[in-house]
Write a protein that binds this ligand. Structure first.
Ligand SMILES: CCCCCCCCCCCCC/C=C/[C@@H](O)[C@H](COP(=O)(O)O)NC(=O)CCCCCCCCCCCCCCC
Ligand SMILES: Nc1ncnc2c1ncn2[C@@H]1O[C@H](COP(=O)(O)OP(=O)(O)O)[C@@H](O)[C@H]1O
Ligand SMILES: [Ca+2]
Length: 552
């Protein structure tokens, strides 16, 4: 064993071979000595899949612990014999748990056990790795966890207990777990009661609706702390300090899917454990200068509003309710008349028709957020608002008006509603689908699930915006921008009961991250990077073996 400054190098036993194991300041590397000799003699490339070489970043080590070495292995007799023999000269062991990339952006927790010739060496390895892990200050030590037991297929509690809690305890993370008892329990607890100083992050186990509760709770708390009134549409909202972890156990899980590339509870847990950080934009939704809600993923009027309204009555069906209501809403084929005004995002990188995607370490998000923060510092953020000349106005009949603050990728549509949208660039993509035939609308819908471009259709347009406003036709000219709820319901009820008359109801509802909004006329504004998730964005491709070679 050599120990130079910052380097630990030993010959340790892994399975039945002796490996050269190295810990430098950033990586843990193990090489099979037999393979290594072969390589130096004929300089053949390393073969990695057989386990003869591996290099993992310290930042992806989950935990290390001493392992009791015993001969009673579960393997076959042959291995047991070898193991017995090996254990005579390597009677001590330690196990390193680390992140391993599986297929389709899924992460897994892998274990490797190294056997040492003496206890001192074993302890030295464990302590040194633990010291290195302790230097990683971005990792959470204490988490506040909210579980929605009724989200998705009602598996939240089970998913947390079986798949998440064991990983948190392996990583020595302490948790305070609250199983919610009613809707908005988590939001209200975060807003008023929770002692947030005790935690390094908040975890929600549920769907996008549950995530939205957490965002509302944390945002309300933060704005109260800083004395910011979100009712002022131009208020400079303060970012939340605590990061949010999302364990998918809902019906759409698009927050998880669009920030990690998969909706897998283990992958989410590992991103939390290693302390990843992904900033995200948030939209504020106002009606008549009154704050209504925050939105993180989708704001949809027309099609997605009607799907949601219908699906709420079918909650008992679980996630399938969206497909049934989607099919029904597709057949109903209602359109809605109104005016959309928007402020296009200018002087930024990226367009909604780009072929490039928002990926881990996204350059476009970094660049555009810098522009936002410079404007904020110079207090010029509101310049665009006073410059009414920049606003664009589109009047028409629409099947759908969608604002995607991020791609909204989900298992139903792996590329999402707006595939090139960015998580943290301070903009949203406003998608307008004009009244067209059922056949054409179906073509548009189908393209969300295949490789074709859903925007490349004459009746669809998409704009990257910082703000937008919608006024339904029947409100236009009214000083009061909404009908009373009962009047609104009556109107839509009459038309829905008479599909033969061919008319559409005057109003749809806004679908705001899966919540129905009570007003049709709304003002929306995107705020750059107000929250952070325990995520890193979608990794471009699996880390190939060539990466390992260059990393050493
Ligand atoms: C024919 C195939 C068409 C596939 C079109 C799929 C487009 C899906 C885009 C989904 C964007 C989702 C944005 C996220 C919204 C969520 O925040 C929000 C809340 O999530 P939570 O319940 O987990 O809390 N979820 C939703 O509002 C659900 C929207 C789901 C809409 C599904 C629509 C299915 C459409 C099926 C049409 C079928 C037509 C068939 C004609 C023969
Ligand atoms: N204990 C509870 N009982 C009833 N509703 C709840 C509870 N906890 C959370 N909710 C609400 O359930 C709704 C759906 O939750 P979510 O986790 O997003 O599941 P899904 O993806 O199936 O819609 C959210 O609006 C949330 O506020
Ligand atoms: Ca965005």
């Amino acid at each position: 064993m050599e120990k130079q400054t910052g380097l630990l190098l030993s010959h340790l036993l892994l399975k039945n071979s002796v490996f050269e194991v190295t810990l430098n300041c950033s990586h843990l590397v193990w090489k099979d000595l037999a393979t290594k000799k072969k390589q130096t003699s004929n300089s053949i490339h390393h073969t990695f899949k057989d386990g003869s070489f591996k290099c993992i970043p310290v930042s992806e080590i989950i935990a290390v612990q001493e392992t009791e070495v015993d001969a009673g292995s579960k393997d076959d007799g042959k291995w047991q014999k070898m193991s017995l023999k090996a254990n005579e000269s390597y009677p001590f062991g330690f196990t390193v748990s680390y992140v391993e990339r599986a297929s389709r952006h899924c992460w897994r927790c892998a274990d490797v056990t190294f056997h040492c010739p003496n206890g001192t060496l074993c302890l030295q390895w464990v302590q040194t790795i633990q010291e290195r892990l302790a230097l990683l200050t971005n990792r959470p030590k204490s988490l506040l966890v909210y579980i929605n037991p009724y989200g998705g297929k009602r598996q939240g509690k089970r998913i947390y207990e079986k798949r998440v809690a064991p990983l948190f305890s392996r990583a020595s993370i302490s948790t305070h777990v609250i199983v919610t008892e009613y809707a908005n329990h988590a939001r209200d607890h975060l807003r008023t009661t929770a002692d947030l100083d005790k935690y390094d992050g908040v975890v929600c186990v549920g769907g996008d609706g549950m995530f939205s509760e957490i965002v509302h709770g944390l945002m309300a708390r933060t704005q109260m702390e800083f004395g910011v009134d979100p009712n002022f549409p131009n208020a400079k909202l303060m970012p939340c300090q605590l990061r949010i972890g999302v364990i998918p156990a809902g019906s759409t899980d698009c927050i998880c899917y669009a920030t990690m590339g998969t909706n897998d509870p283990v992958t989410s847990s590992l991103h939390i454990i290693i302390g990843d950080s992904q900033p995200m934009d948030i939209c504020t939704v106002h009606h008549n200068n009154t704050f209504l809600r925050y939105s993180v993923s989708l704001l949809g009027y027309g099609f997605y509003g009607d799907v949601l309204t219908d699906s709420e009555r079918k909650r008992w069906m679980g996630p399938a309710r969206y497909d049934i209501s989607g099919f029904k809403t597709f057949l109903t084929h209602h359109h809605y008349e109104g005016t959309v005004s928007f402020l296009p995002a200018t002087n930024i990188l990226g367009t909604p028709r780009d072929k490039t995607r928002c990926t881990a370490g996204c350059y476009i998000c970094q660049h555009n957020s810098q522009i936002h923060s410079v404007k904020k510092l110079e207090n010029k953020e509101d310049e665009d608002i006073s410059d009414s000349g920049e606003w664009k106005v589109i009047r028409g009949k629409f099947l759908a008006i969608n604002a995607a603050n991020m791609s909204c990728a989900c298992p139903r549509s792996p590329k999402g509603l707006s595939p090139a949208a960015h998580l943290a660039d301070g903009t949203a993509d406003l998608i307008l689908v004009r009244k067209c035939s059922r056949f054409n609308f179906l073509r548009h819908l189908l393209r969300h699930a295949n490789k074709d471009d859903q925007f490349d259709l004459t009746f669809v347009e998409v704009h990257r915006v910082k703000q937008f406003r919608f006024t339904p036709r029947h409100c236009e000219g009214d000083s009061e921008l909404n009908l009373t709820e009962s009047g609104k319901r009556l109107f839509s009820h009459i038309c829905k009961d008479h599909p033969a008359c061919g008319c559409s109801p005057a109003y749809s509802n806004w679908n705001c991250d899966g919540e129905i909004l009570p007003h049709a006329a709304i003002d929306v504004r995107v705020h750059c990077q107000l929250i952070k998730l325990f995520a890193r964005g979608i990794e471009e491709q699996p880390i190939f073996e060539s990466f390992h070679t260059s990393a050493v």
